[in-house]
Design a protein around this ligand. Sequence first.
Ligand SMILES: Cc1cc2nc3c(=O)[nH]c(=O)nc-3n(C[C@H](O)[C@H](O)[C@H](O)COP(=O)(O)OP(=O)(O)OC[C@H]3O[C@@H](n4cnc5c(N)ncnc54)[C@H](O)[C@@H]3O)c2cc1C
Ligand code: SF4
Length: 328
Amino acid sequence: MRPFAYTSATTKEQALQASRPTSHYLAGGTNLVDLMKEDVERPDQLIHVTNLDYKKITSNADGGLTLGAMLNNADTANNRDVRTKYPLLSMAMLSAATAQIRNMATNGGNLLQRTRCPYFFDTAMPCNKRQPGTGCGAINGSNALHAIFGYSDKCIAVNPSDMCVALAAIGAMVEVQKPGGSSRMINFNDFHRLPGSQPEKDTTLMAGELITAIHLSKPIFSDHYYYLKIRERSSYAFALLSVAAGLQVNNGVITKAGLAMGGVAHKPWKLTKAEAYLAGKKPEQAVFGAAAAMEMKDAKPFKENKYKVEMGTAAIVRALTQAYEREA
Ligand SMILES: Cc1cc2nc3c(=O)[nH]c(=O)nc-3n(C[C@H](O)[C@H](O)[C@H](O)COP(=O)(O)OP(=O)(O)OC[C@H]3O[C@@H](n4cnc5c(N)ncnc54)[C@H](O)[C@@H]3O)c2cc1C
Ligand code: SF4
């Protein structure tokens, strides 16, 4: 590990003022410190931010919630209001990692965790995300874990977060403090980006910006929801593929659907066509099958990840079925 300076901030002003292009904010450290040990991330300064006063969950006027960015994933997922108002989010968060990691990992850090592409972690291999211009080892290499949607000829990596798949399905706004002292809100679906010609940029966050909160508007999908995570073992494993499904059903008809997939693209992959199609339909197998087919027909797999097309189709149908049949 390379030497670095360490600053512990207690106010957002201290954190923002200490920030410079070569520094990183340090939250739980469960991703950043691993990457520093592997020499993938090389900050010359860490600014510790978990002592900042953004560790609460507060209620909003519309019945929604604001989740502090420095609160850990375990306390967020197990919070009574989160469990009852956004159970899809709670379910997805509790499927991630292990209890110990969820106790350390923060909400802000979760949004910014980096891909698990093995070439990204191996500094002896080419990787445009780690070192722009060196090429992509995965495109003609080992690509079983990689994207089937939205990739570019520069990068085919996937976003690894479970929390973010649920946030894409339910909708959220990310509150960010700018180095100059003002703040801005980013629609969650614009927060992560596709790789295009700049795969080194995972998000639309600007240099030095600090995430302070995630805003959820009024409760949604609290009766019919399911997070289906398919992985190689039941704990301590990232998703090969996942589906977050939420339904509002009134008098036997779907009035609103929220659907997103993980493990298939560089960002949480919102299934907007299927969401629009499902509204006004009856919650039945043929309808769920048609919704899955209309999304998965656009998949463009690589040599080793063709399995994700069939698996993804079945997973969408199963997640929607489980969401509908679930009794809150
Ligand atoms: C063994 C293992 C298994 C895992 N399994 C899963 C899994 O199944 N599913 C899953 O979703 N995740 C999984 N994870 C990932 C885990 O969820 C992330 O490592 C964690 O959410 C990152 O949060 P953190 O607070 O530790 O972030 P850190 O590691 O501290 O930071 C991550 C990045 O975010 C930046 N950052 C942090 N907070 C802020 C902020 N407030 N504003 C601006 N920048 C900030 C940091 O500078 C850094 O670049 C796993 C991790 C491990 C180690
Ligand atoms: S897929 Fe992306 S992260 Fe993986 S090797 Fe290619 S450029 Fe790097």
